[in-house]
Ligand binder design. Structure first.
Ligand SMILES: *Cc1c(COP(=O)(O)O)cnc(C)c1O
Length: 410
């Protein structure tokens, strides 16, 4: 038997059926028409946002990094929950605008922005987080051609990283942002060229469960923003402190306590260096806001035995839930929390089973030697923490199976 990550505590059952957002899993599948199905509960997202607001300084802006889950009905609801969207492509720009987010509360990061993406963003009045000097030059040229004053911020590749992060995005040579020792010169050049300078974007890492590491990184981020702003000689309108709040996906993980982070930020914002006194501050989060609000439901097609090991074969797989297969940004494959939705809370059978997807590849493994109640054909398997980096972060075209269904509750 191999352990699995913790099932979020609020999930329960009625007569053995997993309940999501007040509805039984099987009736949600009926409502959506079939499996495989992602269900997202907006009430859980709203509760996360409340938790953030309660813990953090009032002045701190909350941005949603929409790549975590860009499902259109969810995005439309997020507009009323957060203070801004962070996007990373021209496609996400269109999604953000369609959802109704104000362009002046949207910022566009990401390497390799094409000319047409820069043009669409500058035309819409979205802030571009510049990833290089070359991108600064191209943005100014586009702005000049279409006769718009561009809103530009500089993304900094910090000279530190967020310790213990699942995915490192700063510290050392990186394709993201401009090295800290060249960032001030780029900001100065943009200001001198007449751009509407928006400040700094400093993102040092992702999927972190250690409040002290996040506190330390935020302090270093504020100090770096102050040093760079002093070098530019201008107050940055916004300092985006990055994010990095992680989720308890795996055995032994426990959820991030954000309260000490709020306390530390409170005193940091109270004692800001002079140059940052007039600045606004933002944190950008993806998975922490939406990850736990999602459940992936997939039906058991076959139960088979090979050399004494039982395989449960489901109609979903890594083409929808790549992360649960261990092939999205993790080094070692570990089990996401999962359950038999129609036998929720039933004690596990003696022998563990391996849950595999329907793709003809050995990497399509959703649960490795997990302890589940006895599983039969037709049962529903629920995989938790499926609200972030699921449908949109998986190779849905691989092997020609249908796309997953999605349903928003609440
Ligand atoms: C992906 C990304 C995020 C969101 O990361 P999460 O781990 O989902 O919170 C935030 N900011 C930037 C710049 C990103 O690339």
């Amino acid at each position: 038997m191999k352990p699995m990550g913790p099932i979020p505590a609020w999930f329960g059952a009625e007569e053995g059926m997993l309940v999501i957002g007040g509805c039984g899993a099987a009736s949600l599948v009926d409502e959506a028409g079939d499996t495989p199905l992602f269900v997202y509960d907006m009430d859980i997202v709203a509760a996360r946002v409340r938790r953030f607001r309660e813990a953090m300084p009032d002045a701190l802006h909350l941005h949603y990094a929409i790549k975590a889950n860009p499902y259109a009905p969810l995005l439309a609801r997020m507009v009323g929950q957060v203070d801004g969207f962070d996007i990373a492509s021209g496609g996400e720009l269109a999604m953000a605008l369609d959802a109704g987010m104000a362009p002046n509360r949207t910022s566009f990061a990401g390497p390799g922005k094409r000319g047409d993406e820069l043009e669409a963003a500058i035309f819409a009045g979205v802030t571009i987080n510049l990833e290089s000097e070359g991108e600064g030059r191209r943005a100014l040229a586009v702005a000049d051609r279409i006769g718009k004053r561009p809103r530009l911020a500089v993304r900094v590749n910090p000279d530190f990283d967020l310790k213990g992060s699942g995915m490192r995005m700063g510290g050392g040579a990186k394709p993201f942002g401009v090295d800290a020792d060249r960032a001030a010169a780029l900001a100065r050049a943009m200001i001198d060229a007449g751009a509407d300078w928006q400040g700094w974007h400093i993102f040092a890492g992702s999927q972190n469960l250690d409040p002290l590491a996040i506190i330390e990184t935020q302090a270093a981020t504020i100090a770096l923003a102050a040093r760079l702003s002093d070098a530019v000689g201008a107050v940055p309108p916004l300092v985006n402190l990055g994010g990095g709040f992680g989720l308890a996906y795996f055995p032994g993980d426990s959820g991030l306590d954000i309260r000490p982070i709020g306390v530390a930020l409170d005193s940091a914002l109270d004692g800001l260096p002079d140059i940052l006194q007039g600045s606004a501050f933002a944190i950008e989060l993806g998975r922490w806001l939406v990850g736990e609000a999602g459940v992936y439901l997939t039906r058991v097609i076959d139960v088979k035995v090979s050399q004494g090991e039982t395989f449960v074969v489901v109609d979903g797989g890594l083409h929808h839930q790549l992360a649960a297969s261990g092939n999205f940004g993790t080094v070692v494959r570990r089990n996401y929390p999962m359950a038999v939705a129609n036998r929720f809370g039933v004690p596990p059978a003696v022998d563990p089973v391996t849950v595999v997807g329907c793709l003809c590849t050995p990497i399509d493994r959703l649960g490795d030697k997990v302890a589940l109640p006895p599983v039969k054909e037709g049962d529903l398997i629920a995989i938790f923490l499926a609200g972030a980096y699921g449908a949109s972060a998986s190779p849905t075209a691989f092997l020609g199976h249908p796309s997953p269904r999605e349903l928003l509750l609440g």
